[in-house]
Design a protein around this ligand. Structure first.
Ligand code: MG
Length: 278
């Protein structure tokens, strides 16, 4: 069953989404050489407290922190700690969430630590982010869930191959419904699977977290003994981008983007829905 939200519930999710956007801004600024991933977690914890929100990551299935910090070959679910010191040239994917009055937001981005990154790393993050936006632009009334998967995979496959061979679209993890819980039906693949149907029809009140994960090598991953940290099997570096999106009568609203997705969606010829809090 897919949870369909009222306009009032979407407005609450927008509040949560803006807290997530504030966590992103603060942790992006703090992700500098010499900082530990624990430092970033502390920054996120403070932002959530300042907004009077709650963390949905802390304690989720026993997760011990407020954000996930996934450095270089770590794809997702990296646990912040004092031992992981960011170095010039690293890339880090920061995944963050918040709850306001029981309604959830969830979003992630990849940041460059310091300077001097190889062009293929910059391109990896760009391709991953842009595939997310292609997916968001497919959140249209009358489309099916598979149309989002198709848009994400199609965008990645159309890009020039990296020098390392090809992009690995991670298959073990994907997007998800979001609302009164962080992870809800339906599961969203970042590729089209013949084994799966077209999925539910997208209707006003449908909310989904769209989160492509792409590596410079394999699509295969494994989990470390801490039961959380997900790495690529070939240790190739990877990128993760995510936004939470609500579909309304007037089109998609990107709940976790400060401008509601207006600027990026315009590049796809899509008008973002009005911000219920504006
Ligand atoms: Mg998510």
């Amino acid at each position: 069953m897919v949870e369909i939200k009222t306009a009032e519930q979407i407005a609450k999710m927008r509040e949560a989404g803006l807290v997530v956007a504030a966590i992103h801004a603060a942790t992006r600024e703090a992700a500098v050489p010499g900082a530990t991933t624990k430092d970033l977690d502390e920054v996120a914890r403070k932002v959530i407290a300042e907004h009077g929100a709650k963390s949905n990551f802390l304690g989720y299935g026993g997760f011990p922190a407020t954000i996930c910090t996934s450095v270089n070959e770590v794809v997702v679910h990296g646990i912040p700690d004092e031992k992981t010191v960011l170095k010039d040239g690293d890339i880090i994917s920061i995944d963050a969430g918040a709850i306001v009055d029981g309604w959830h937001g969830d979003a992630a981005f990849t940041a460059f630590v310091g300077t001097g990154h190889a062009p293929e790393l910059i391109e990896l993050s760009r391709v991953t982010e842009e595939s997310m936006w292609a997916g968001i632009a497919a959140v249209k009334n009358g489309n099916r869930l598979v149309d989002i998967s198709k848009a994400i995979e199609g965008y990645i496959r159309r890009q020039p191959r990296p020098a390392t061979g090809k992009y690995g679209i991670i298959e073990d993890y994907g997007g998800h419904g979001i609302g009164s819980e962080m992870h809800m039906d339906p599961h969203l693949l970042n590729y089209v699977s013949r084994k799966r149907g077209k999925g539910p029809k997208l209707v006003p009140g449908f909310c989904i977290a769209i989160e492509p994960m792409v590596s410079l090598g394999t699509a295969r991953t494994h989990v470390l003994e801490d039961d959380w940290t997900v790495l690529t099997d070939d240790m190739s570096w990877s990128s993760h981008w995510e936004h939470s999106v609500a579909l309304t009568e007037e089109g998609p609203l990107v709940l976790t983007a400060v401008d509601g997705g207006r600027a990026k969606l315009a590049e796809y010829g899509v008008t973002a829905a009005p911000d219920p809090l504006a």
